[in-house]
Every structure is written in structure tokens, then in C-alpha cells.
Design a protein around this ligand. Structure first.
Ligand code: SAM
Ligand code: SF4
Ligand code: SF4
Length: 367
């Protein structure tokens, strides 16, 4: 019998202490990395725990009862999260997305939302505050989230067929409860709601048309996401990726579609609308049409490590600075230094060589 080694949660991924430059240039709100990309979006992961075991994200074979999640003391507090967010906003971030794990499992998340909703960009505009959720707790929380200042939600839903959905979440959760969560979010005004479906060939690609049919005319924007090789535990294979081009062709044969312009430069989803006026769908082609050249996202993990790419192998320990004796100016300078050095473009150079790298899990960094 082979012995199973369970790494201590904190030591699971390599991390580096950020450099704090002595002479920090003044914060300009206009950072640029090695490829001329601005810093525009921040994803904050608020927990590494989840009540689902989606087979492509937290397969039960890895995320079982022996799996060590981070202890409470490791997580950034709401004050620490807000401080980090404020410093990023100073550097040009206009959009903050809360994620996880399942962000609604974080106790008191409404308090964090209230704190983040107070942030203003250097030109005095509130940040665009959103959250991605599996919607299991949305029916219960939609009103309080909205009251706290959340503007919109993105709901992950991989099928409308109950049996297919239960198989994908692998905890036997019924699709009707997710749909109830979407209705509650709509009633609370967390709109327009985006519904994200990860498509895996042979598992749920039979649901592409039923999902399109279900959400046509609903006012919600359904987006199809190519199954990605994030992490090291989901058994990713290229032949399980359904290229977005195929998704659009399949839908277009049933309900004619036409392309529409992006909402803003750097938007990762390609947008299409139904010719008959029944709304919009999107595709996110991370595998077949990488968008690294436009990638303006920073990600901060649950225990405060900055990742400059979803496929990064190493994080930068901002928590060490937050819990040390560093001033806002010093931490801000460290963030600027890291962004200036950023040169990531994993999806553009994906190959057999990169496939062997020890990547972080999606449930840890939050997509
Ligand atoms: N638990 C929340 C949820 O599911 O919405 C937030 C965290 S989840 C990690 C964020 C998003 O990542 C979800 O929409 C999920 O479908 C997506 N995701 C996870 N693993 C993925 C993979 N291997 N390929 C593509 N998307 C993935
Ligand atoms: Fe949980 Fe979201 Fe991952 Fe599914 S995709 S296991 S809901 S974190
Ligand atoms: Fe951005 Fe990295 Fe994804 Fe490229 S691979 S789009 S750099 S997160």
C-alpha cells in the first residue's frame, strides 16, 4: 500500500516574500506590466472551502475528508481584504470580484461587501463589485447581499437537466434550488445575472442547447466556458474541451446568432445575440483563443497571496506585509513592483512542457 502524503495547507504551494522597493514612485493609477497591460480587475478569494465537489474543480478523490483546508487564522480578515483592495484600487483597479471556494460560505460576507462598497477610484467612482457563486445559498442571501452594496452576481450552473447537474456537482444538489437562487437574485436586483457553464465533452455538452433554450428571453446572460487545465487534480484532457466555435455553431443552428461588440476593451467573453431579439450569449475560449494579451487581472488567494496569472506556480505573500510593520505606501509599492515585472501568458504558450507544471487549484484562487 502506498502511503498518502497530505501537505500542510499553508505549505502546499510555493510562495515568495514580495520585494518592498526603497524608492516607490507615487501611485499613478496607471500601472503597466512587461507586456503593456494595465491592472484593471481584482479577484479576491474569501474561502478555499466549498459545499460542491464539481468534478472538474474539486474532485472527491482529492478533496475528501482528509483534505486540509486553510485554518481560520490563515485567512485574510475583512479589514485585511479591504486594505488590500483599497491599495489595488489606488493602482487602477475598477472592478472587484469575490470568489472562492464558495464565497457565500464565508461567515458575515455581507460585512465585507459593505466595507468594499465604500471604496472609490482615484476619480471618485465606486468600484464595480460582483461575486461568483454556485447559488446554493443565494435564495437565502440575495436581499442582504444587495442591501450591503453588491451590484451583480455570476452564477455557475453546468446543466438544467437535474440528473446531469447532480452528477457534475457530485453532492446530489438539485438544479431547482439553483434556479430558485437565480430568481431570488433577480428579485433583489442583482442584475443582469451572468450564468457560467463549463462545458466538458461527453459529460455535459448535451446540455448546451437545453441551457440556451432555458435562458433565452430570461434577461440573464448565459456564457459557455471552455474546460481549462487549471490545477493538477481534475484530469484535464484536450479532447474533453469543446471549442467555443462548436458551441456557437450548435446554438446558431437552432436559434440564429450574430456577433456583437465587446462592452469594453479587454472583455474576455465574446458576445453573440439571438437574431430574434431573445437576448445574448457569450463564450470564453481560454483554451482555443487565449486572451493573455488583454489580461488585466490580479488574483489574491484566501490567505493573501498575489497571483499574476491563473496558471501561476508561485504566489507572492502579501499577508506577510499586511501582518508586518509595513505602511500602505510600502505595500502599494510592492504591488506596483510585482505588476511591473509581470510577464505571464500561460494560455498562449500552453504546451507539453507547461502541462507538467505544479499549478494552483481553481478552488484556491477562484477562477
Ligand atoms: N464556487 C463559486 C462558483 O462555482 O461559482 C466560485 C468559485 S469557482 C472556482 C469559479 C468558476 O471557476 C466557476 O464558474 C467554475 O465553473 C469555474 N471553473 C472551475 N474549474 C474550472 C475548469 N477546470 N475550467 C473552467 N472553469 C472552471
Ligand atoms: Fe465549488 Fe465553484 Fe469549484 Fe464547483 S466550481 S467545486 S462550486 S468552487
Ligand atoms: Fe491571464 Fe494567465 Fe489566463 Fe493568460 S493564462 S489570460 S495571463 S490568467
Amino acid at each position: 500500500m502506498t502511503e498518502r502524503i497530505i501537505p500542510i495547507a499553508e505549505a502546499r504551494y510555493p510562495t515568495r516574500a514580495p520585494v518592498v522597493p526603497d524608492n516607490a514612485p507615487p501611485v499613478s493609477g496607471l500601472l503597466s506590466d512587461q507586456r503593456g497591460r494595465r491592472l484593471h480587475d481584482l479577484r479576491l478569494s474569501v474561502t478555499d472551502r466549498c459545499n460542491f465537489r464539481c468534478t472538474y474543480c474539486m474532485p472527491k478523490s482529492v478533496f475528501d475528508t482528509d483534505y486540509q483546508f486553510l485554518p481560520q487564522s490563515s485567512l485574510l480578515s475583512f479589514e485585511e481584504l479591504t486594505r488590500i483592495a483599497r491599495l489595488f484600487v489606488g493602482h487602477g483597479v475598477e472592478k472587484i470580484r469575490l470568489t472562492g471556494g464558495e464565497p457565500l460560505l464565508r461567515r458575515g460576507i455581507e460585512n465585507l461587501i459593505e466595507m468594499l462598497a465604500q471604496l472609490r477610484t482615484p476619480s471618485g467612482v465606486p468600484v464595480d463589485l460582483t461575486l461568483t457563486t454556485n447559488a446554493t445559498l443565494l435564495a437565502r442571501k440575495a436581499k442582504s447581499l444587495r442591501a450591503a452594496g453588491l451590484e451583480r452576481v455570476t452564477v455557475s450552473l453546468d446543466a438544467v437537466d437535474d440528473a446531469v447537474f447532480r452528477k457534475m456537482n457530485d453532492v446530489d444538489f438539485p438544479v431547482s434550488d439553483v434556479l430558485g437562487g437565480i430568481d431570488a437574485a433577480t428579485a433583489a436586483g442583482l442584475t443582469p445575472i451572468k450564468v457560467n457553464m463549463v462545458v466538458r465533452r461527453g459529460v455535459n455538452d448535451s446540455e448546451i442547447l437545453p441551457m440556451a433554450r432555458h435562458f433565452r428571453g430570461s434577461g440573464h446572460i448565459l456564457r459557455f466556458i471552455e474546460f481549462m487545465d487549471v490545477g493538477a487534480s481534475n484530469g484535464w484532457r484536450m479532447d474533453e474541451v469543446v471549442p467555443s466555435g462548436d458551441v456557437i455553431r450548435r446554438i446558431g443552428e437552432a436559434f440564429p446568432l450574430e456577433p456583437i461588440d465587446p462592452n469594453y476593451s479587454g472583455e474576455v467573453a465574446e458576445r453573440w445575440r439571438y437574431v430574434d431579439g431573445a437576448g445574448e450569449v457569450g463564450v470564453i475560449s481560454s483554451v482555443t483563443r487565449p486572451f493573455c494579451a488583454e489580461c488585466t487581472r490580479a488574483r489574491v488567494s484566501t490567505e493573501g497571496r498575489l497571483y499574476t496569472c491563473l496558471f501561476a506556480t508561485e504566489g507572492h505573500d502579501l499577508r506577510a506585509l499586511l501582518r508586518g510593520t509595513y505602511s500602505d505606501e510600502q505595500i502599494s509599492a510592492a504591488i506596483a513592483h510585482l505588476w511591473n515585472l509581470r510577464d505571464d501568458r500561460y494560455s498562449e504558450i500552453r504546451s507539453d512542457e507547461t502541462a507538467g507544471l505544479r499549478r494552483i487549484e481553481m478552488s484556491y484562487i477562484g477562477g
